[in-house]
Design a protein around this ligand. Sequence first.
Ligand SMILES: [Zn+2]
Ligand SMILES: [Zn+2]
Length: 120
Amino acid sequence: MKCSPHQAEAVAVCAYCGRALCADCAKPSATQRMVCSDNCAAALARNDQALELILQKSLQSARASAFYSYLCGGLSAAGAVGAYFYLPVPFLVWFTAGCGGVFIASGIWYGRIAKKQIGG
Ligand SMILES: [Zn+2]
Ligand SMILES: [Zn+2]
């Protein structure tokens, strides 16, 4: 593979547009990836920012999901205890307790996702 402006052997490809780059045209971008031009460097930086934003949003939603799962789990567990004392129907007690367990398990699951995303 050769770069088109210099007809020299390519050492890398542009991280944004995929053009072949020789040692002369390769420019390191802010993220240490090789790009062919400032335009591609800027576009790459924009992409990274967009990705960062998506990651942060999914992190927030994972946190919110964890919170609501724990909340629903707690309410279901309280419902199970209440049912046990005031309305001792085995099905009702097991059902609400089961729901609580499922919600708490998914709360733990979402909490793990949120933690993983912090670590990168
Ligand atoms: Zn490029
Ligand atoms: Zn070149």
